[in-house]
Design a binder for this molecule. Structure first.
Ligand code: ADP
Ligand code: MG
Length: 329
């Protein structure tokens, strides 16, 4: 027999990312990891599929169903869909049944109205209470930084649509930056390079696969002659054609968006109060987010800032784990 009043309130933490939504359940760890994609039936306006199932539909849906990512660059471009997606994931992870507290980790670019709407959607999805936490703070906690202490910690989170960076101290963010450049921009840069040099038009998902296969940020991080196969449409003939792209070409293609990340970090360091800068020199930078999985990302940031950089052991779930740890606070 279950004795409900003896059970601890379950408690969920949701990382609502532009690329992926990650749900952490107290006591169980990460219980859900799915792309932030929703497929909507245009005729009825109803949500047809969410997450993994909806992602399989991206770009190959019948005319009446559109699959899209409701979060763009960390801001919610389509609120109603985001709300439904959030509801779906929370229910799937079990909060609807369990009626626990839910901590939602939101991109720092959200307006007050959007924040209130996220809280409302979470409660409507079955949560007993909803709290919000800023993404960089959750990232810092997840990376094991001493955010509650008087010393400064620096976290860099490379997501799909944004790169969030913050210096934390005494449980808050002292300085922060949200740059609208992330993993998707690396994919787009690869698409453009293939257009320009091979006269080939490829989809963004394919460019992402190439990035994961042979992408790198620094010369020497991978054998530059290594090739990745790719298929697309020939720009002149319009026919399907196969070709390959080298690791070197990929590195050159993504150099520009990477440079923007580096510049944003340098600028953040300039704005960091001097007392905290000294802490950063010894403690270094915690690197998280799926985009940071690019080969040599830590080395690039080390070279460009002079600070030691350590990538989290599982950078795709750092934020959710950090928000989960914050549930106890
Ligand atoms: P968000 O917080 O915006 O949802 P994530 O932290 O989930 O983003 O990271 C998603 C990004 O990570 C995508 O752009 C994806 O292409 C990228 N990514 C995932 N795995 C790798 C990898 N092995 N190498 C390079 N990039 C990766
Ligand atoms: Mg994220």
């Amino acid at each position: 027999m279950r004795i409900p009043w003896v059970r601890r309130s379950p408690g969920l933490a949701v990382d609502l990312g532009t690329a992926n939504t990650v749900v952490f359940r107290r006591g169980d760890g990460v219980v859900l990891f799915e792309p932030s994609v929703v497929a909507v039936d245009e005729r009825t306006g109803r949500v047809h599929a969410v997450g993994d199932e909806a992602r399989r539909m991206l770009g190959r849906t019948p005319a009446t169903i559109t699959a899209s990512r409701p979060l763009r660059h960390g801001v919610i471009s389509d609120f109603e869909t985001t709300e439904q997606m959030l509801r779906h994931f929370i229910r799937k992870a079990g909060a609807g049944r369990l009626r626990g507290d839910v901590m939602v980790c939101v991109p720092s670019g959200l307006t007050q109205v959007e924040r209130t709407a996220v809280v409302d959607a979470t409660v409507a999805a079955g949560a007993r209470a909803a709290r919000l936490i800023d993404e960089p703070l959750a990232a810092a906690i997840g990376a094991g930084l001493p955010v509650g202490e008087a010393q400064g910690s620096l976290v860099v989170d490379i997501g799909g649509g944004t790169s969030e960076m913050a210096v934390t101290a005494l449980g808050g963010m002292v300085v922060s930056t949200s740059l609208r450049v992330g993993g998707y921009d690396f994919d787009e840069a690869i698409v453009r390079s293939l257009q320009q040099h091979q006269q080939l038009l490829v989809g963004q998902e394919q460019a992402e696969a190439v990035k994961i296969e042979v992408g790198s940020t620094l010369a020497g991080a991978i054998d530059e002659t290594e090739l990745a196969d790719i298929a697309g449409r020939d720009l002149t003939s319009g026919l399907l054609r196969r070709t390959s792209i080298s690791a070197g070409q990929v590195r050159e293609a993504i150099a520009r968006p990477l440079q923007q990340v580096v510049e944003a970090l340098r600028e953040l360091l300039e704005r960091t109060p001097e007392e905290l800068s000294a802490d950063l020199a010894t403690r270094g930078v915690a690197l998280v987010g799926g985009g940071s999985l690019l080969r040599g990302f830590d080395g690039l940031l080390e070279r460009e800032t002079g600070l030691p950089v350590e990538r989290d052991r599982d950078p795709l779930t750092t934020v959710a784990r950090g928000a989960g740890a914050a549930l106890h606070r």
